[in-house]
Design a protein around this ligand. Structure first.
Ligand code: SAH
Length: 356
């Protein structure tokens, strides 16, 4: 049995043709699953009955179990999904007026171990399959009806470029106009900047927004703060980012967390200016979100203003990210879906109905 949700329409088509189904079946199935939100092959009424029976034997549609959800005072919602026994992930919905942004996880845990990031303390358990990433979108979208998820950001748990094949398949599914149809600008991938993977992406036609967790414009400091990036020095990263912006005709954003005593002095800002100038990019300044796991803190508001002013005075476009969902540990870097949550008994499961 094959999970339909893991397959882009092209892949599904190839598989169906191989098995003797008519060429148009892939489009019909895609429309049912992603446009009409019908996952029951028997109810796919424009497909011939014997074909529906065959589909049901060959394929299935996976869905996650919503174990728990929390809502922040600022409207941010965090969802804990169970994918398989003992495997849970978190997804965060960030409403801003009419706009709903969904922050999805791409891995169970993360192997990259940035010094300040709670998700990194988990280590990597496994990559998420395309269906498991797409299902985060579908499950939350179903809860929101009639409102829609307008943006997807791969900024949850995991390093998306460490799961590149499945990420590409996921984005292809999310962008398919026969299904969900998100445009390239509505999908953003955040990465620590794995240069070989960026080079690979730069050779492909797929388009989406890119955000890079820079956090330090000084090579030595960055090597210390994000040890995994030692292998991807700024001198190799920046050309790939420039190429990405050019090839995809899509702006690149640099994310820069301000951590008190680490990276928010004037000289840090000047070094950042130098990099931003070479790239013509936007900078997203993020005061560090505190957690119980680390002693790091954000700088005081004066320092944050000073840092921003230096960037602005040098003509760099810079936005300040206001933390969302801090009270429910849903803000950037606070996600830590436990593997063994103890929530797996049916009594404590939230059903989608209850959530509404
Ligand atoms: N691995 C990818 C995707 C994760 S995105 C990446 O690093 O880009 C999560 C973002 O939150 C990253 O920019 C990460 O550096 C940032 N982050 C981690 N801990 C944080 C914290 N405590 N406060 C603010 N941002 C944090």
């Amino acid at each position: 049995m094959i999970d339909i949700k893991n397959l882009s329409r092209e892949k599904l088509k190839a598989l169906l043709l191989e098995r003797g189904y008519p060429a148009y079946t892939s489009q019909q199935v895609f429309q049912w699953v992603y446009k009409n939100r019908c996952e029951d092959f028997e109810r796919m009424t424009n497909i011939a009955q014997p074909m529906r029976v065959r589909l049901k034997k060959d394929f299935f549609c996976s869905h996650p179990v919503l174990l728990a959800s929390q809502q922040s005072g600022d409207g941010t919602r965090k969802f804990l999904f169970e994918l398989s026994r003992d495997t849970t992930i978190e997804t965060v919905l960030i409403p801003e007026g009419q706009r709903n942004t969904l922050c999805v996880s791409t891995q169970v845990g993360c192997s990259r171990g940035c010094r300040f990031c709670v998700s990194g303390t988990l280590g990597l358990k496994r990559n998420l399959l395309p269906g498991e990433i797409v299902n985060q979108y579908l499950a939350v979208s179903d809860l929101l009806v009639p409102a829609k998820v307008n943006n997807v950001v791969c900024m949850g748990i995991g390093e998306p470029l460490d799961n590149l094949g499945n990420l590409i398949e996921t984005i292809t599914i999310l962008q398919d106009t026969q299904g969900i149809g998100l445009t390239p600008r509505k999908i953003c991938v955040s990465t620590i900047g794995i240069t070989s993977r960026l080079a690979e992406l730069n050779r492909l036609a797929i388009r989406f927004r890119l955000s890079v967790s820079l956090h330090c414009a000084d090579q030595k400091k960055r090597d210390w703060l994000m040890p995994a990036t030692k292998k991807y020095p700024l001198g190799e990263l920046l050309p790939q980012l420039r190429l990405f912006a050019q090839k995809k005709d899509m702006p690149v954003t640099l994310e820069y967390i301000l951590i008190d005593g680490i990276n928010c002095e004037k000289e840090d800002a000047f070094k950042l200016v130098a990099i931003a100038r070479k790239l013509s990019c936007k900078i997203n300044v993020i005061p560090y979100n505190q957690s119980a796991y680390f002693a790091y803190r954000p700088p005081d508001p004066g320092k944050i203003r000073q840092f921003q002013s230096i960037l602005k005075d040098h003509g760099i476009v810079c936005t300040l990210r206001t933390p969302r969902g801090q009270d429910i540990q849903a803000a950037c870097g606070q996600l830590k879906a436990e593997f063994n949550t103890g929530h797996t008994s049916h009594d404590t499961r939230h059903t989608q109905g209850m959530e509404k």
